[in-house]
Design a protein around this ligand. Structure first.
Ligand code: NAD
Ligand code: WQD
Length: 344
């Protein structure tokens, strides 16, 4: 058995896939999640896939004493992967204090406890949202951080700064900031996937819910952008590929290979795919016809962004492997499985 890793938000969408990959790689996992956006039965699915049941503590990361007790109970936690956060962009505009409190407070609590328990490092879930609309594409990690479009985006920028400031103060920790592009898809077993609360705001869950008949029509927000087909362009990254990036980041950190105490990596495919291309790709990959219509632009949308993932490719030795057709099929299989289970 390799080192013990604390995964906050480990029953969530990206966290659950990452726990599976960590366990497959031999790490021992302790999950902390308050279940505000996930279900405890995800732990069963993780066990079903990997054959190992991770330790699970239902706890809010804002609860400092509770977190302290977790570190005391599971002696020897070597590193943290910090997924736990509120993540809905629109909601963050309506409830900024909830977002600032949850996303900043949770990180601060973890950082504060790390030296006390000898935790060596933290991998933080950042986002391509920190780049806004980049001046140059594909975007590299050196691109300037633009003013955040939402309180959610701002929490990611501030969290990155909090980590940098803490390390600069001499705190005995290291950090890896992973800037995810657009994670989509589900585990190939269809036992894990994204479970949006209410009406999905993100493209792929809305698309699969439309395909299965929960939603009547998918709205494509704008076809008058300055892109080849007029719709927005994103870098859609398979969630299992994304999960694997965390495993290599943890390995690098714990093997003492970091060149800097804080490192940052883009985690994307390097390929831009338009919204219309994605829709047509889904239809081809699944044989399911999609009801969609072009409507006006959505406020706050970035026209186009995709990653230059060369640093992650070279330094981490990580590369996105899954093609978009397989990824879209996995999202569809997950949606079918949800119906089978009577969930959505
Ligand atoms: P998710 O909502 O599925 O998972 C987050 C998990 O954290 C949930 O299980 C939730 O219950 C838990 N959680 C939230 N606040 C908590 C708290 N205070 N204490 C304990 N648990 C708490 O979201 P996700 O898509 O898996 O995202 C994971 C991380 O990746 C987040 O930090 C998110 O901001 C970041 N991220 C996500 C995307 C994306 O498009 N999904 C893109 C870039 C970055
Ligand atoms: C993708 C494209 C929409 C829904 C968000 C956050 C970002 C990051 C990832 C966490 C856009 C279009 C969507 C629909 C559509 N999260 N669309 N019809 O906006 O790139 O990024 O999630 O850090 O911070 O902002 O993702 O999936 O919402 O949209 O046409 O019903 O699909 O306009 O062009 P986005 P998304």
């Amino acid at each position: 058995m390799k080192e013990k890793i604390l995964v906050t938000g480990g029953t969530g969408y990206i966290g659950s896939h990452t726990v599976v990959e960590l366990q497959n790689a031999g790490y021992e996992v302790v999950i902390v999640d308050n279940l505000s956006n996930s279900n405890a039965d995800v732990v069963d699915s993780i066990e079903q896939i990997s054959g190992i049941r991770p330790a699970f503590e239902k706890l809010d990361c804002l609860n400092l004493a509770g977190l302290d007790a977790v570190f005391a109970k599971y002696q020897g936690i070597k590193a943290i992967i910090h997924f736990a956060a509120s993540k809905a962009v629109g909601e963050s505009v309506q409830k900024p204090l909830l977002y600032y409190r949850n996303n900043l407070g949770s990180l601060i609590n973890l950082l504060e406890l790390m030296p006390k328990y000898g935790v060596e490092g933290i991998v933080f879930s950042s986002s391509c949202t920190v780049y806004g609309q980049p001046d140059q594409l594909p975007v590299t990690e050196e691109a300037p951080i633009k003013k955040a479009e939402s309180p959610y985006g701002n929490t990611k920028q501030i969290n990155e700064e909090i980590i940098r400031d803490y390390v600069a103060s001499g705190a005995p920790i290291q950090a890896i900031l992973l800037r995810y592009f657009n994670p989509i898809g589900a585990h190939p077993s269809a036992l894990l996937g994204e479970l949006p609360n209410g009406v999905p705001q993100n493209l792929v869950p809305y698309l699969t819910q439309t395909a299965i008949g929960i939603r009547e029509k998918l709205s494509v927000f704008g076809d008058d952008y300055n892109t080849p087909d007029g719709s927005c362009i994103r870098d859609f990254i398979n969630v299992v590929d994304l999960a694997k990036a965390h495993v290599v980041a943890i390995g690098r950190m714990l093997e003492g290979k970091q060149a800097d105490k804080v490192e940052v990596f883009n985690i994307g495919t390097g390929r831009g795919v338009s919204v219309l291309e994605l829709i047509h790709g889904f239809e081809e990959a699944t044989g399911v016809k999609l009801n969609y219509q072009i409507v006006g632009r959505r406020a706050g949308d970035i026209e186009q962004v995709w990653a230059n993932p060369e640093r992650a490719n070279k330094v981490l030795g990580w590369k996105a492997e899954t093609n978009i057709e397989d990824t879209l099929r996995s999202a569809w299989n997950w949606q079918l499985k949800l119906r089978e289970r009577g969930i959505q």
